[in-house]
Design a protein around this ligand. Structure first.
Ligand code: MN3
Length: 226
């Protein structure tokens, strides 16, 4: 199962192969398919939201990331430091959007297939938060409180060897901006819930717990510890 998932190590690595034309072409980002039908998460998240969120929002991050990578390649080849710096925020935003959404789709599962966390994941949750319910309460509170657009996260801290809840603004990717390895992300941009929940973000976060794929979280935890 782990091989199918976007494991931490398999996340898109921007420019990891250098900036040669051939490598840039080979590294172009692509929209990953959803691992379930667009209507599979109903009634928690509607097919309309999933369709727009995946084929419009995520696709736009992919398209703009590829354009920014092509531009920065030209800037690197020209030795134009000012242009490289100017492009970096677009790469952070669109690259972060691509990384975050690629993680997010795999964090969800049809409600009929939902299973509570177990094994090592549950043991780590209990050790850090006292209980599964306490972990969800803390993550929900911090995620609902994100100002404007952003993400709530359950991550793995490699230095303290423990789970940690965090939030990131905009499309900031968790690992690149905090060092935490992402296990579970909750998208609280309005595009993720407004059609179903209007302005009531707390109801969206409350209902997303019923479609979290804790198997994916457990696989990512194992990868983060390895
Ligand atoms: Mn989104």
């Amino acid at each position: 199962m782990l091989s199918r998932l976007t494991s931490f190590k398999a996340l898109p690595r921007l420019g990891a192969r250098g900036f040669s034309a051939a490598a840039a072409a080979a590294a172009a980002a692509t929209l990953p398919p959803l691992p379930y039908d667009v209507s599979a998460l109903e009634p928690h998240i509607s097919a309309e939201i999933m369709t727009i969120h995946h084929t419009k929002h995520h696709q736009t991050y992919v398209t703009n990331l590829n354009a920014s990578l092509a531009s920065i390649q030209s800037a690197v080849e020209a030795g134009d430091s000012a242009a490289i710096i100017a492009l970096s925020s677009a790469i952070k935003f669109n690259g972060g959007g691509h990384i975050n959404h690629s993680l997010f789709w795999e964090n969800l599962t049809p409600p009929g297939e939902y299973k509570d966390p177990s094994g090592d994941l549950l043991a780590e949750i209990d050790r850090t938060f006292g209980s599964f319910e306490a972990m969800k309460a803390e993550m929900a509170a911090k995620t609902v409180a994100v100002q404007g657009s952003g993400w709530g996260w359950l991550g793995w801290c490699g230095s303290t060897k423990s789970l940690k809840i965090a939030t990131t603004p905009n499309q900031d990717p968790l690992h690149a901006t905090t060092g935490l390895k992402p296990l579970l992300g909750i998208d609280v941009w309005e595009h993720a819930y407004y059609l179903d929940y209007k302005n009531v973000r707390p109801d969206y976060v409350k209902n997303i717990w019923g479609v979290v794929n804790w198997g994916t979280v457990a696989c990512r935890l194992a990868g983060a510890k390895a």
